[in-house]
Design a protein around this ligand. Structure first.
Ligand code: CU
Length: 348
């Protein structure tokens, strides 16, 4: 685990650490159930959900992309070579569709209602929450990884109660679902059917670039063109004070900010997004350039896009070529996903 969390030279990632990092898995299971006489959070939230307005952003609308060749990765100085961002190489992807939005809590709730699915965070009894969102009481009961002490392994933190027992998502049904592991995301895709799956890393980057070649961000090279915030990341001094200048301290609705040139929302910032591939810092250097799908095995899965925890001074992984990883059973308050599907000759 150590080498996964601490790459050779690249700075640490703002993404929540792997589940094994805090050593909470043994104790967490027993600490999970809140001693409370209240109605289960699910019941409370689902009642409220019925009254909330439906929005297009929660529809699971997909964007159809022609695929083809694009320049993947970066060699620019701002990149992290040890993450395997480079070299820039020409990669081909076949035509595919990808969600315009990250999967919202509302979409995920339909899956759970239909199947009774239990997420990894629920199974383990805890998940990572940014310390600034955690009550003093929850913080006391949490363990913090030594390398990333701003993450608390909070007993009872789940997609329904993102900051632990007593929190909720009544005002966040249209935000990306969080505290979902790679396995949870894959299970959602399988349930949704119709060939839905997680995007490969190459598909994700092709889609996130929005038709721009080698731009630093999905909208161009400037972080805040004309002084305007284009994504939900950290402003202020990391990890102490997020001033929320972009409008958000935690997650933003899945349709916040302008979409990129392909019509995808929030591919930079907001939440990290799971990709299908196993992570390797160098597999792609010699790997196939046509529909690459990552190495055949690994310890961690690729995550892309960065999150509301990303700041230039520390992580700077909201750049469109940036990449990170986490173990497939890990989860946190800043990790979500979107779905993709291949277009066969019949459906193109
Ligand atoms: Cu980051």
């Amino acid at each position: 685990m150590g080498e996964i969390l601490q790459p050779r030279q690249a700075p640490g990632s703002c993404c929540a650490p792997g589940r094994a990092a805090s050593g909470t898995s043994e104790t967490a299971g027993t600490a999970a159930a809140p001693a409370s006489g209240e109605a289960p959070a699910a019941a409370r939230s689902e009642a409220a959900r019925g009254e909330a307005a439906w929005s297009e952003a929660e529809s699971g609308r997909m964007v159809r992309l022609p695929g083809g060749s694009f320049l993947m990765g970066t060699d620019e100085a701002a990149g992290f070579p040890d993450d395997g961002e480079g070299p820039v190489r020409e990669v081909w992807v076949d035509p595919f569709e990808i969600d315009a939005y990250a999967v919202s809590s509302r979409r995920f709730a339909a899956f759970v209602e239909d199947t009774g699915y239990v997420t990894d965070a629920e199974r383990f009894g805890w998940s990572y929450v940014y310390a600034g969102f955690v009550t003093a009481e929850h913080r006391k009961r949490s363990r913090r990884p030594a390398d990333t002490p701003w993450w608390c392994g909070v007993p009872g933190a789940t997609w329904r109660e993102p900051e632990g027992p007593g929190s909720g998502i009544d005002d966040r049904w249209d935000h990306p679902v969080v505290h979902v592991s790679w396995a949870d995301a894959a299970a959602f895709c399988e349930w949704a059917g119709g060939g839905l799956r997680l995007p490969t890393e190459a598909e994700w980057e092709y889609a996130a670039r929005g038709g721009l070649s080698q731009a630093r961000y999905p909208w161009g090279d400037e972080l805040t063109p004309g002084g305007e915030h284009r994504c939900n990341i950290w402003q202020g001094r990391f990890p102490f004070k997020n001033t929320g200048e972009d409008g958000y301290l935690g997650t933003a609705p899945v349709d916040a900010f302008e979409p990129n040139g392909f019509g995808l929302y929030n591919v930079a910032g907001n939440v990290w997004e799971w990709c299908a591939d196993w992570f390797s810092p160098d597999w792609h250097v010699t790997g196939p350039r046509r529909n690459p799908a990552g190495p055949p095995r690994g310890e961690a899965r690729v995550i892309r896009g960065g999150s509301y925890m990303c700041h230039e001074s520390y992580c700077n992984r909201y750049r469109v070529a940036a990449r990170s990883r986490n173990t497939p059973d890990s989860s946190g308050g800043n990790m979500g996903f979107r779905c993709a599907r291949s277009l066969t000759p019949a459906t193109r």
